[in-house]
Design a protein around this ligand. Structure first.
Ligand SMILES: NC(=O)c1ccc[n+]([C@@H]2O[C@H](COP(=O)([O-])OP(=O)(O)OC[C@H]3O[C@@H](n4cnc5c(N)ncnc54)[C@H](O)[C@@H]3O)[C@@H](O)[C@H]2O)c1
Length: 282
């Protein structure tokens, strides 16, 4: 399979990442199907995608017509069989939960044609944890985006059974999707950036739950020294539910304490930027 053979991209999950990956794929000329089990996710995507396009137009990256054409190339569905039937490549962005990932890949492994290449956008899991469920581990690889439009690195991380040509193809596809592809040579939780980020966020969480400083002052300490978003601003953007799913899997006591704090936000429906309330109000 060559880059030109990829025409139809199926995105699984219409949340924070799925709607962005789908939009970029459509801007790059692909026919995109976005599948979710919960059609309420589509309402948010219908608001956020035009807002992203408006911004891209404002900064001169795309024309109004290019934005409209991209939207016209995207369809949304809750019909799994219909979504899968002619996909050339699948990009999976469902919840960061191993059982959910296994369930989704078992389903789409059976529904997709043999030609389809499978990729996961998991943040911290390893592709080998659910490669068998895809039914085609040799065509399965992690293809992990960051923010898609602002943070443009895409990590390509094969597992031991991934065919090497898949890595080469994803390198080309990453560039076509206007990302900067990097290859992670051996499976590593958190790839490259997130492996560094988890150390920062973990330290910030321990400072907060240890009563050392407020989240505002922890953020200021990072932001005004290094000119970057503070760790709690980053978490609000990532989504506190996603952050909780990741943190609760870490084995140490400080991470467990921080995961408990994140859970109180999740239970209160305060998931960060996407619900307009997390550590901060948006
Ligand atoms: N948020 C980030 O900044 C970020 C960055 C890179 C990677 N990721 C990873 O991307 C994935 C998605 O994260 P997100 O932030 O977009 O999550 P999200 O919660 O915003 O969206 C997840 C979507 O998956 C859907 N879903 C759940 N179960 C499903 C199923 N069985 N079938 C189909 N759809 C299902 C949900 O309805 C929801 O719309 C996770 O693995 C996460 O770790 C997140």
């Amino acid at each position: 399979m060559k880059l030109e053979d990829i025409r139809k991209i199926l995105v699984l999950g219409a949340g924070t990442m799925g709607l962005r990956i789908g939009l970029q794929a459509a801007l790059s000329g692909y026919d995109v199907t976005i599948y979710d089990i919960d059609d309420r996710a589509f309402a948010a995507a219908h608001k956020i995608q035009p807002a992203i396009l408006k911004h891209l137009e404002k900064i001169g990256k795309i024309s109004h017509e290019q934005g409209l054409e991209a939207l016209a190339r995207i369809r949304f569905t809750t019909d799994a069989a219909d979504a899968a039937k002619d996909a050339d490549l699948v990009s999976e962005s469902v919840f960061e939960d191993l059982n959910v990932k296994k369930e989704v890949w078992t389903k789409f492994g059976k529904l997709c044609p043999a030609k389809t290449i499978f990729t996961t956008n998991t943040s911290y899991m390893l592709p080998s944890w659910f490669a068998a469920e895809t039914g085609r581990p040799e065509r399965f690889c992690a293809f992990h985006f960051h923010d898609v439009f602002q943070a443009v690195v895409v990590d390509i991380m094969p597992h031991a059974g991934t065919d090497p040509w898949i890595v080469d193809l994803l390198m080309e596809l990453g560039k076509k999707l206007e990302q900067v592809p990097v290859v992670v040579h051996k499976e590593n939780s958190g790839y490259i950036t997130n492996a560094m980020l988890v150390a920062l966020v973990g330290a910030a969480g321990a400072l907060l739950t240890g009563g050392v400083a407020s989240y505002e002052d922890i953020d200021k300490s990072w932001k005004y020294n290094f000119g970057m978003n503070g760790p709690f601003e980053i978490l609000d953007k990532v989504g506190l539910d996603t952050a909780w799913h990741i943190t609760k899997t870490l084995p140490d006591a400080k991470s467990k304490k921080f995961a408990d704090l994140l859970k109180t936000y999740v239970d209160a429906g305060k998931l960060g930027v996407k619900t307009k309330q997390g550590f901060y109000t948006y």
